[in-house]
Design a protein around this ligand. Structure first.
Ligand code: NAD
Length: 513
């Protein structure tokens, strides 16, 4: 256990600290710009850390946003951070001290929203950076939430499910006690190392502490369906990545920059990270005719120019714990080198700072779609843009997760599945209309034709439709601002976010900014 200090039966006092003040101005410039990932193979030592990168991108957009200096300073600062250490019983004789964080970057809209990460790389700066990105992301896709993020410093692979359950529940207890969770306050979701199982434990713990809260299910999203989850949330981020890249491929300026046509079919794709986001993104690209030629994981990558079957390699990895031995695929050490292979679309879907000054000159992809948060450093981003490559930024491209989390939260507050009240009614209405059309046209539709027209939407179809509409709208807005300001797509998306947040805070009064 890299992160946790081992204790022998000494359930030490709970050390926790809440900082409820602005932190951006307080932290030293050096600390903010240091890398938090010492093992990072892609970045030079003098490149900014994750938080420094987010702030660098923000500052660039701020300059051309037309928003007042006063608002810009307020928007950039992190509102509140919670830092806790707590003991958890691992077995009859052993306790470990676990470190956990939650940062609320902005409460200009409530609740705050953002995932919880379980990783031994977690630290306060990473959580603050991710929380800031959440604020901007929600604004880009018009999801009416502030931004937050949580992290627990541990490697989940080193704990049993029972131990992880105790840790997750104890961390949630800390969030409850300090008012950092609740359907109207702060609503976590899955991120690296967490999924529906952890979200279930979080909701159940919150409910124990708030038995009167009829909206308790809305305290967390990404839950299993049986616990109030919404159909489509699991695949939402990967599906949003697919919709976003598909949309960009349609733009004439993108086709001109890349020399690519507007079709997904036939495009070659490399994905780094084969977890929730990477798996689903790869699956949607493959289902729509693209060829997945490379997949990188933390240990090795698989590469096959003839295409890799996503389900087959997923099964192989589940059974063997690695891509090694999969079909005819070439196995490459690590996940950085595979990103340097020739392809049309590169999708980093693992962690931050995967493309930096050390490897950016080797990237051959024409489109780089940021499914992960913060995978490209500012200098590497500038180099890619200078080479005419299209970088679709994280705050836009991976916003599918929070968009569908918003739908799940709405479902939880309304206490009813989407479509439950209206589906049969709409089908009956369409059926009556078809009968009139048949009578007037003098032709009977076949049962299949009839079914295709009257079919009322299932919950997942409504979710997919809402997600597609959201991603298309946000891509269009980003494109329009990029053209208006003559800037790259990341700066454009940030300009849009800053302007929207500024409008909300200014019109509500600046007192609580
Ligand atoms: P996950 O834990 O499901 O998957 C991460 C995968 O990346 C794992 O398979 C892990 O083994 C692999 N990995 C770790 N280090 C790696 C490395 N150095 N090289 C290659 N692979 C590596 O996490 P996820 O939910 O898929 O999140 C991935 C990224 O997407 C993160 O940056 C996260 O913040 C971002 N994101 C996730 C969501 C979501 O809904 N889950 C939403 C928006 C953004």
């Amino acid at each position: 256990m890299v992160a946790a200090a081992l204790l022998r039966r000494t359930p030490g006092s709970l050390a926790s600290a809440i900082r409820l003040h602005r932190t951006a101005a307080a932290a030293t410039p050096i600390a903010r710009f240091m890398s938090t990932h010492v093992t990072n193979a892609a970045c030079e030592d003098n490149e900014p850390g994750f938080l420094g990168s987010v702030e660098t991108f923000y500052d660039r957009a701020a300059k051309i946003s037309g928003v007042s200096e006063k608002s810009l300073t307020g928007i950039k600062a992190v509102d509140a951070v919670l830092s806790v250490k707590f003991p958890v019983e691992i077995d009859a004789d052993t306790h470990v001290i676990i470190e956990g964080y939650r940062a609320q970057h902005s409460r200009h809209r409530l609740p705050c929203k953002g995932g919880i990460r379980f990783s031994d790389e977690v630290d306060l700066q990473e959580v603050e950076a991710l929380a800031s990105l959440m604020t901007y992301k929600c604004a880009v896709v018009d999801v009416p939430f502030g931004g937050a993020k949580g992290g627990v410093k541990l490697n989940p692979k080193k704990f049993t499910p029972a131990q992880l359950e105790r840790i997750t529940r104890r961390y949630t207890m800390e969030l409850c006690q300090k008012n950092f969770i609740g359907p109207g306050v702060d609503v976590p979701a899955p991120d690296v190392g967490t999924g529906p199982r952890e979200m279930s434990w979080i909701m159940d713990t919150y409910r124990q502490f708030n038995p009167q809260d009829v909206n308790a299910a809305g305290c967390v999203t990404g839950k299993p369906i049986s616990q109030g989850g919404v159909r489509g949330r699991n695949e939402a981020t990967g599906l949003g990545v697919y919709y976003g890249i598909r949309e960009f491929l349609q733009f004439p300026e993108v086709q001109e920059m890349t020399g690519l046509d507007g079709n997904i079919a036939g495009k070659t794709v490399i994905v780094q990270g084969f977890g929730n986001v990477g798996y689903w993104a790869a699956k949607f690209f493959q289902n729509n005719g693209a060829k997945i030629i490379g997949i990188g994981e933390h240990d090795v990558s698989a590469y096959d120019p003839n295409g890799i079957d996503i389900e087959a390699i997923f099964k192989h990895r589940a059974e063997n714990g690695t891509f090694r031995g999969f079909g005819n695929a070439e196995i490459i050490d690590g996940s950085i080198k595979v990103m340097e292979r020739e392809c049309d679309i590169l999708i980093p879907a693992a962690l931050e700072r995967q493309i930096g000054l050390k490897n950016v000159k080797n990237i051959k992809a024409k489109i780089i779609g940021e499914a992960a948060n913060g995978p490209i450093t500012p200098d590497a981003h500038d180099y890619l843009v200078s080479q005419g490559k299209v970088v679709i930024p994280d705050l836009l491209l991976n916003a599918g997760g929070v968009t569908v989390s918003y739908f799940e939260w709405l479902k939880n507050l309304s206490h009813v599945r989407f479509g439950r009240m209206s589906r049969k009614w709409e089908e009956a209405g369409k059926s009556r209309l078809l009968t009139l059309v048949e009578e007037n046209a003098g032709r009977q539709l076949t049962p299949q034709e009839r079914r295709a027209v009257i079919h009322g939407a299932e919950e997942h179809e409504l979710v997919y439709s809402g997600l597609e509409d959201t991603m298309i709208g946000a891509c269009e807005e980003t494109r329009a601002t990029a053209a208006l300001k003559n800037t790259d797509f990341r700066t454009a998306a940030l300009v849009n976010a800053i302007q929207k947040i500024s409008t909300v805070t200014t019109q509500s009064g600046q007192m609580f900014l």
